[in-house]
Design a protein around this ligand. Structure first.
Ligand code: SF4
Ligand code: SF4
Ligand code: SF4
Length: 271
Protein backbone atom coordinates (compact mmCIF):
# COMPACT_ATOMS: atom_id res chain seq x y z
CA UNK A 1 0.00 0.00 0.00
CA UNK A 2 1.85 3.04 -1.22
CA UNK A 3 0.34 6.35 -2.19
CA UNK A 4 1.60 8.61 -4.94
CA UNK A 5 0.92 12.13 -6.13
CA UNK A 6 0.48 12.79 -9.84
CA UNK A 7 0.76 16.31 -11.28
CA UNK A 8 -0.66 16.75 -14.78
CA UNK A 9 1.20 19.77 -16.11
CA UNK A 10 -1.14 20.05 -19.11
CA UNK A 11 -4.06 20.69 -16.74
CA UNK A 12 -2.31 23.17 -14.45
CA UNK A 13 -3.44 26.74 -15.14
CA UNK A 14 -1.15 28.31 -12.55
CA UNK A 15 -4.04 29.45 -10.35
CA UNK A 16 -1.94 28.96 -7.17
CA UNK A 17 -4.93 27.46 -5.30
CA UNK A 18 -2.82 24.53 -4.08
CA UNK A 19 -0.22 26.90 -2.65
CA UNK A 20 -2.87 29.03 -0.95
CA UNK A 21 -4.89 26.23 0.63
CA UNK A 22 -1.74 24.58 1.96
CA UNK A 23 -1.09 27.81 3.85
CA UNK A 24 -4.69 27.91 5.03
CA UNK A 25 -4.46 24.33 6.27
CA UNK A 26 -1.14 24.61 8.08
CA UNK A 27 -0.45 28.24 9.05
CA UNK A 28 -1.39 28.71 12.68
CA UNK A 29 -2.65 25.11 12.95
CA UNK A 30 -0.76 22.60 15.07
CA UNK A 31 -1.21 19.13 13.54
CA UNK A 32 1.00 17.28 16.02
CA UNK A 33 2.14 14.52 15.74
CA UNK A 34 2.60 15.31 12.03
CA UNK A 35 3.63 18.97 12.15
CA UNK A 36 3.68 22.07 14.26
CA UNK A 37 2.05 25.16 12.77
CA UNK A 38 3.64 26.55 9.63
CA UNK A 39 4.74 30.17 10.10
CA UNK A 40 2.77 32.83 8.19
CA UNK A 41 5.78 33.82 6.12
CA UNK A 42 8.88 32.20 4.66
CA UNK A 43 7.61 28.68 4.00
CA UNK A 44 5.81 27.15 1.03
CA UNK A 45 5.12 23.47 1.57
CA UNK A 46 3.26 23.59 -1.74
CA UNK A 47 5.02 25.85 -4.20
CA UNK A 48 4.02 26.63 -7.77
CA UNK A 49 7.15 27.34 -9.76
CA UNK A 50 6.70 29.73 -12.67
CA UNK A 51 9.05 29.81 -15.62
CA UNK A 52 8.92 31.91 -18.77
CA UNK A 53 10.35 30.14 -21.81
CA UNK A 54 11.12 31.30 -25.32
CA UNK A 55 11.83 34.84 -26.43
CA UNK A 56 9.60 37.59 -27.81
CA UNK A 57 7.40 37.11 -29.80
CA UNK A 58 7.13 33.36 -29.03
CA UNK A 59 6.86 33.18 -25.26
CA UNK A 60 5.10 30.75 -22.94
CA UNK A 61 4.70 30.71 -19.15
CA UNK A 62 4.94 27.27 -17.59
CA UNK A 63 3.77 26.31 -14.10
CA UNK A 64 5.09 23.40 -12.06
CA UNK A 65 3.49 22.69 -8.68
CA UNK A 66 6.08 21.22 -6.31
CA UNK A 67 6.08 19.86 -2.78
CA UNK A 68 7.94 17.21 -0.80
CA UNK A 69 8.41 14.20 -3.08
CA UNK A 70 7.88 11.69 -0.24
CA UNK A 71 10.93 9.87 -1.60
CA UNK A 72 11.28 6.12 -1.18
CA UNK A 73 15.00 6.64 -0.78
CA UNK A 74 14.85 9.85 1.26
CA UNK A 75 18.12 11.60 2.17
CA UNK A 76 16.24 13.56 4.86
CA UNK A 77 15.51 10.27 6.63
CA UNK A 78 19.14 9.21 6.43
CA UNK A 79 20.30 12.55 7.86
CA UNK A 80 17.94 12.53 10.83
CA UNK A 81 19.01 11.33 14.27
CA UNK A 82 16.80 9.32 16.55
CA UNK A 83 14.33 8.35 13.78
CA UNK A 84 13.15 11.97 13.57
CA UNK A 85 12.08 11.48 9.95
CA UNK A 86 10.10 8.37 9.14
CA UNK A 87 7.93 6.88 6.39
CA UNK A 88 4.36 5.90 7.13
CA UNK A 89 2.84 2.70 5.82
CA UNK A 90 1.10 4.70 3.10
CA UNK A 91 4.47 6.07 1.94
CA UNK A 92 4.22 9.62 3.33
CA UNK A 93 7.52 10.89 4.75
CA UNK A 94 6.97 12.71 8.03
CA UNK A 95 9.24 14.90 10.13
CA UNK A 96 8.42 14.15 13.78
CA UNK A 97 8.14 17.63 15.33
CA UNK A 98 9.16 16.41 18.77
CA UNK A 99 12.24 14.39 17.77
CA UNK A 100 13.41 16.73 15.00
CA UNK A 101 13.78 19.83 17.20
CA UNK A 102 17.24 21.33 16.75
CA UNK A 103 18.16 19.04 13.83
CA UNK A 104 18.98 21.63 11.17
CA UNK A 105 20.96 19.07 9.16
CA UNK A 106 17.61 17.63 8.02
CA UNK A 107 16.93 20.83 6.05
CA UNK A 108 20.25 20.62 4.23
CA UNK A 109 19.78 16.94 3.40
CA UNK A 110 16.85 17.47 1.02
CA UNK A 111 18.19 17.95 -2.52
CA UNK A 112 14.83 19.37 -3.63
CA UNK A 113 14.76 22.26 -1.14
CA UNK A 114 11.44 20.99 0.21
CA UNK A 115 12.30 21.45 3.90
CA UNK A 116 12.22 24.81 5.71
CA UNK A 117 13.79 25.83 9.00
CA UNK A 118 11.44 27.28 11.58
CA UNK A 119 13.75 29.56 13.55
CA UNK A 120 11.27 30.26 16.34
CA UNK A 121 10.67 26.56 17.03
CA UNK A 122 14.16 25.44 15.88
CA UNK A 123 12.38 22.88 13.75
CA UNK A 124 12.67 21.53 10.20
CA UNK A 125 9.24 21.58 8.52
CA UNK A 126 7.70 20.45 5.23
CA UNK A 127 4.63 19.01 3.49
CA UNK A 128 3.06 16.26 5.56
CA UNK A 129 0.88 14.94 2.76
CA UNK A 130 -1.89 16.26 5.01
CA UNK A 131 -1.58 13.05 7.03
CA UNK A 132 -3.88 14.52 9.71
CA UNK A 133 -6.71 14.76 7.16
CA UNK A 134 -6.11 11.28 5.76
CA UNK A 135 -6.21 9.85 9.30
CA UNK A 136 -9.61 11.46 9.74
CA UNK A 137 -11.00 9.79 6.64
CA UNK A 138 -10.46 12.51 4.05
CA UNK A 139 -9.59 10.82 0.78
CA UNK A 140 -7.04 13.31 -0.52
CA UNK A 141 -4.79 16.10 0.83
CA UNK A 142 -6.10 19.65 0.91
CA UNK A 143 -4.14 20.84 -2.15
CA UNK A 144 -5.45 17.97 -4.27
CA UNK A 145 -9.01 18.59 -3.17
CA UNK A 146 -8.69 22.32 -3.97
CA UNK A 147 -7.28 22.00 -7.49
CA UNK A 148 -10.05 23.24 -9.82
CA UNK A 149 -8.75 21.45 -12.91
CA UNK A 150 -7.88 18.05 -11.42
CA UNK A 151 -4.25 18.66 -12.23
CA UNK A 152 -3.37 17.05 -8.90
CA UNK A 153 -4.15 13.43 -8.15
CA UNK A 154 -3.41 11.41 -5.02
CA UNK A 155 -4.02 7.71 -4.59
CA UNK A 156 -2.79 4.15 -4.50
CA UNK A 157 0.12 3.57 -6.84
CA UNK A 158 -1.41 0.28 -7.90
CA UNK A 159 -4.70 1.91 -8.90
CA UNK A 160 -3.04 4.74 -10.81
CA UNK A 161 -0.81 2.53 -12.95
CA UNK A 162 -2.30 3.73 -16.21
CA UNK A 163 -1.79 7.42 -15.41
CA UNK A 164 1.73 6.71 -14.22
CA UNK A 165 2.75 5.33 -17.61
CA UNK A 166 5.24 7.73 -19.12
CA UNK A 167 5.12 10.02 -16.09
CA UNK A 168 8.46 11.35 -14.86
CA UNK A 169 9.91 12.43 -11.51
CA UNK A 170 12.04 15.46 -10.72
CA UNK A 171 15.80 14.86 -10.92
CA UNK A 172 15.74 11.06 -11.21
CA UNK A 173 19.56 11.13 -11.36
CA UNK A 174 19.60 11.86 -7.61
CA UNK A 175 18.33 8.34 -6.93
CA UNK A 176 15.80 9.45 -4.30
CA UNK A 177 12.88 7.57 -5.91
CA UNK A 178 10.34 10.42 -5.59
CA UNK A 179 6.68 9.50 -5.21
CA UNK A 180 5.45 12.68 -6.89
CA UNK A 181 5.07 12.04 -10.62
CA UNK A 182 4.63 14.56 -13.44
CA UNK A 183 2.60 13.94 -16.59
CA UNK A 184 2.57 15.89 -19.84
CA UNK A 185 5.74 17.81 -19.09
CA UNK A 186 6.25 19.98 -22.17
CA UNK A 187 9.50 19.79 -24.08
CA UNK A 188 11.35 22.63 -25.78
CA UNK A 189 10.02 24.51 -28.80
CA UNK A 190 11.34 26.26 -31.88
CA UNK A 191 9.01 28.82 -33.42
CA UNK A 192 8.96 31.61 -35.95
CA UNK A 193 6.98 33.46 -38.60
CA UNK A 194 7.65 33.33 -42.34
CA UNK A 195 6.82 36.37 -44.50
CA UNK A 196 7.31 38.02 -47.87
CA UNK A 197 8.94 41.45 -47.27
CA UNK A 198 8.10 42.69 -50.77
CA UNK A 199 4.39 41.96 -50.48
CA UNK A 200 4.42 42.66 -46.74
CA UNK A 201 2.43 39.48 -46.24
CA UNK A 202 2.90 36.31 -44.25
CA UNK A 203 3.47 33.10 -46.21
CA UNK A 204 0.98 30.34 -45.52
CA UNK A 205 1.81 26.69 -46.16
CA UNK A 206 5.60 27.09 -46.22
CA UNK A 207 7.20 23.71 -45.54
CA UNK A 208 9.45 23.73 -42.46
CA UNK A 209 11.81 20.80 -41.93
CA UNK A 210 13.67 20.68 -38.63
CA UNK A 211 16.49 18.19 -38.11
CA UNK A 212 18.71 17.03 -35.27
CA UNK A 213 20.82 13.90 -34.87
CA UNK A 214 19.11 11.95 -37.65
CA UNK A 215 15.60 12.91 -36.51
CA UNK A 216 13.25 15.03 -38.60
CA UNK A 217 10.17 17.08 -37.74
CA UNK A 218 8.03 18.54 -40.54
CA UNK A 219 5.18 21.02 -40.51
CA UNK A 220 3.69 23.84 -42.57
CA UNK A 221 3.20 27.47 -41.59
CA UNK A 222 -0.37 28.30 -40.58
CA UNK A 223 -2.70 31.11 -41.71
CA UNK A 224 -0.53 33.59 -39.83
CA UNK A 225 2.73 32.35 -41.36
CA UNK A 226 3.67 30.80 -38.03
CA UNK A 227 5.41 27.49 -37.37
CA UNK A 228 5.74 26.10 -33.89
CA UNK A 229 7.67 22.85 -33.33
CA UNK A 230 6.67 21.65 -29.85
CA UNK A 231 7.89 19.01 -27.40
CA UNK A 232 11.41 18.91 -28.78
CA UNK A 233 14.36 17.49 -26.87
CA UNK A 234 17.20 19.72 -25.72
CA UNK A 235 19.77 19.91 -28.51
CA UNK A 236 20.96 21.65 -31.63
CA UNK A 237 18.83 21.78 -34.79
CA UNK A 238 18.93 22.91 -38.39
CA UNK A 239 15.89 24.22 -40.23
CA UNK A 240 15.05 24.32 -43.93
CA UNK A 241 12.06 26.38 -45.10
CA UNK A 242 10.74 25.97 -48.63
CA UNK A 243 7.80 27.64 -50.36
CA UNK A 244 6.70 27.69 -53.98
CA UNK A 245 8.17 30.69 -55.82
CA UNK A 246 10.64 31.52 -53.04
CA UNK A 247 14.32 30.81 -52.44
CA UNK A 248 14.96 28.19 -49.77
CA UNK A 249 15.97 29.30 -46.27
CA UNK A 250 18.59 27.39 -44.29
CA UNK A 251 19.12 28.15 -40.61
CA UNK A 252 21.85 26.23 -38.78
CA UNK A 253 22.78 25.77 -35.14
CA UNK A 254 19.41 26.48 -33.52
CA UNK A 255 19.80 25.62 -29.85
CA UNK A 256 17.18 24.48 -27.35
CA UNK A 257 19.81 23.65 -24.71
CA UNK A 258 19.14 26.55 -22.33
CA UNK A 259 15.79 27.81 -23.54
CA UNK A 260 13.10 27.42 -26.15
CA UNK A 261 13.93 29.36 -29.30
CA UNK A 262 12.02 32.00 -31.18
CA UNK A 263 13.47 32.72 -34.61
CA UNK A 264 11.19 35.73 -34.95
CA UNK A 265 10.20 37.01 -38.40
CA UNK A 266 11.93 35.19 -41.25
CA UNK A 267 11.84 36.93 -44.65
CA UNK A 268 11.68 34.79 -47.82
CA UNK A 269 12.96 36.21 -51.08
CA UNK A 270 11.10 35.58 -54.34
CA UNK A 271 12.99 33.49 -56.92
S1 SF4 B 1 -4.43 24.30 -7.89
FE1 SF4 B 1 -4.19 22.95 -9.65
S2 SF4 B 1 -4.33 24.31 -11.45
FE2 SF4 B 1 -3.99 25.61 -9.66
S3 SF4 B 1 -1.74 25.90 -9.60
FE3 SF4 B 1 -2.22 24.16 -8.27
S4 SF4 B 1 -2.03 22.35 -9.60
FE4 SF4 B 1 -2.15 24.15 -10.93
S1 SF4 C 1 11.69 15.62 -1.20
FE1 SF4 C 1 13.22 16.12 0.35
S2 SF4 C 1 12.04 16.27 2.21
FE2 SF4 C 1 10.78 15.16 0.80
S3 SF4 C 1 11.22 13.01 1.21
FE3 SF4 C 1 12.54 13.66 -0.47
S4 SF4 C 1 14.43 14.25 0.55
FE4 SF4 C 1 12.85 14.19 2.13
S1 SF4 D 1 -0.32 17.59 0.84
FE1 SF4 D 1 -1.01 19.04 2.44
S2 SF4 D 1 0.91 19.72 3.34
FE2 SF4 D 1 1.47 18.81 1.40
S3 SF4 D 1 1.47 20.48 -0.08
FE3 SF4 D 1 -0.58 19.58 -0.13
S4 SF4 D 1 -1.77 20.81 1.30
FE4 SF4 D 1 0.39 21.19 1.75
Amino acid sequence: MSKVFIVDIAKCTGCYNCQLVCKDEHCGNDWTPYAKAQPMTGQFWAKVEQKTVGTIPNVRVRYTPTFCNHCKNAPCMAAADDGAVYRREDGLVIIDPEKAAGQKQIVDACPYGAIYWNEALTLPQKCTGCAHLLDNGTAVPRCVEACPTDALIFGEEEELKELLQGAIVRNPELGCAPQVYYRNVPGQFVAGTVYDPEEEEVIEGARCRLQSGGKTWILETDDFGDFWFKDLPEGRFSLVITAKGYKDINIEDISTLDNCTSLGDIPMEKK
